[in-house]
Design a protein around this ligand. Structure first.
Ligand code: PMV
Length: 337
């Protein structure tokens, strides 16, 4: 029987991740190769479940997110599936159904968990080898941060230097149990972000006078963050993470026209985090991605106080939280969307 004459189905679940040393800029937009490395924490509580079924007779890929057709994302999903179809020698189109267990409308990036779940499910359905580096490279083509969601705990994304991108993949630095940390997310602006990371990065690279300096500075931040994680040195990790975040946003703000993702509530949350640390002695620091939400990283012992403090900041709509967790994994199709 030809491989294209039967339905090939599998499902997977992948976690969101949050970068402490940020990824912002590409060395090759076509292959989605990052200009510098990045380092992230994998979140146990924010996950995407995706089922993929390659079906004879389908004329086009079909993608739903949380039960609704998502035409905007469908082209990126198809482009990512094409890579795996190419590797497997399969021409079948697929039905892809994806569900986030966190509110999509909360304006939290779901592309990382989404593309990681997609490649793990699609590779399993197509019978491709379970090769974490290759899965990470395919996830990267969908979304740069998705390469990191393959792994749990503390994760390093390599920028690589090869033109073909074979050395641009993520790997685990340490499992979640190495250092229990908790993430608290203050949602200050529900709804989708105005300018996505892809367009924002291209705009920054083309117009920000600080972009090259930002890219050049990442290697030193990665070394500092790796040393802090190895030594479980909270103060050192806090310093390098807030520095990386603010430096990325400084470069964004210097773009023309400016890219300013913050709202007054964003800034109020960062001030609250600083006060918790400097006045109340809590071990906590903040980070912010290409949107207005503020993510605080803290010790589990301080998590309740951090959640209560951020929930009380005017303009905060909701507070989510998550411990660190494991990476992407296959699940039974019945368990998925
Ligand atoms: O994966 P992308 O293309 O959505 O880019 C993510 C960019 C940031 O979230 C701002 C930083 C990061 O490293 O996750």
């Amino acid at each position: 029987m030809s491989p294209d004459s039967r339905t090939l189905r599998a499902a997977a679940e992948a976690p969101a991740n949050i970068a402490l040393v940020k990824y912002w800029g590409k060395r090759d937009p076509a292959l989605n190769l990052p200009a510098a490395g990045s380092l992230s924490l994998t979140l146990a509580a924010l996950r995407t479940r995706t089922s993929v079924s390659f079906e004879p007779g389908l004329e086009a890929d079909h993608f739903t997110l949380d039960g609704r057709l998502d035409a905007a994302a469908a082209a990126r999903v198809s482009a990512c599936l094409d890579l795996l179809r190419g590797a497997a020698g399969c021409r079948l189109r697929a039905r892809v159904s994806s569900r986030n267990n966190f509110p999509t409308a909360a304006g939290l990036a779901s592309s990382a968990s989404g593309f990681a779940a997609l490649v793990v499910a699609a590779a399993a359905a197509l019978g491709l080898p379970d090769d974490p580096r290759q899965l990470s490279r395919w996830a990267r083509r969908g979304s740069g941060s998705a390469a990191r969601s393959l792994h749990g705990g503390f994760v390093l994304m390599h920028a690589g230097s090869r033109a073909d991108g074979r050395d641009a993949f993520a790997e685990q630095l340490a499992p979640a149990a190495h250092w229990p940390l908790e993430l608290v997310i203050a949602v200050v602006e529900p709804g989708p972000k105005a300018i996505g990371s892809r367009a924002g990065m291209a705009h920054g690279a083309a117009t920000s006078p600080f972009h090259a300096a930002w890219v050049d500075s990442v290697a030193a931040d990665l070394a500092a963050a790796r040393a802090a994680i190895a030594a479980r040195d909270f103060a050192a990790l806090a310093a390098v993470s807030e520095h990386s975040c603010l430096k990325m946003h400084a470069s964004m703000m210097a773009s023309r026209p400016p890219l300013l993702y913050w709202t007054p509530a964003t800034l109020a949350c960062t001030e609250r985090v600083r006060a918790l640390r400097e006045d109340d002695g809590r071990e906590v620091f903040f980070t912010i991605d290409a949107g207005p939400q503020v993510k605080a990283v803290c010790r589990p012992a301080d998590a309740a106080a951090v959640r209560a403090a951020l929930a009380a900041v005017p303009g905060v709509h909701a507070v989510l939280h998550s411990p660190l967790g494991a990476g992407a994994r296959r699940v039974e199709p019945a368990q998925a969307a």
